[in-house]
Design a protein around this ligand. Structure first.
Ligand SMILES: [Zn+2]
Length: 86
């Protein structure tokens, strides 16, 4: 599976961090991937994905992260557009 380039956090613009849960994998239930915003003190956006293998967990978590970033960005644009009309 090809690697997906993660988009920056829609709120702070920082690149997200990927966390692989090795303890979860050791337990044999599959793989657990967490992608969250790279801020030190506050997390703006967090995605968690559990799949049978790490590659799949990372792949689907990345897809969801980018989709959520797009959605948040389009929402912000919508608010901006509305306020400009007033
Ligand atoms: Zn952020």
């Amino acid at each position: 599976m090809e690697e997906i380039k993660l988009k920056p956090c829609p709120i702070c613009g920082k690149q997200p961090k990927i966390k692989r849960d090795y303890n979860y994998e050791m337990s044999g239930f599959g793989a657990w991937c967490t992608i969250k915003c790279g801020c030190l003190f506050k997390t703006h956006l967090k995605i968690e994905e559990g799949k049978a293998t790490w590659e799949r967990a990372l792949h689907y978590a990345s897809l969801r992260w980018n989709a959520t970033v797009d959605l948040t960005n389009s929402y912000k644009t919508e608010i901006k557009t509305k306020s400009q009309k007033e």
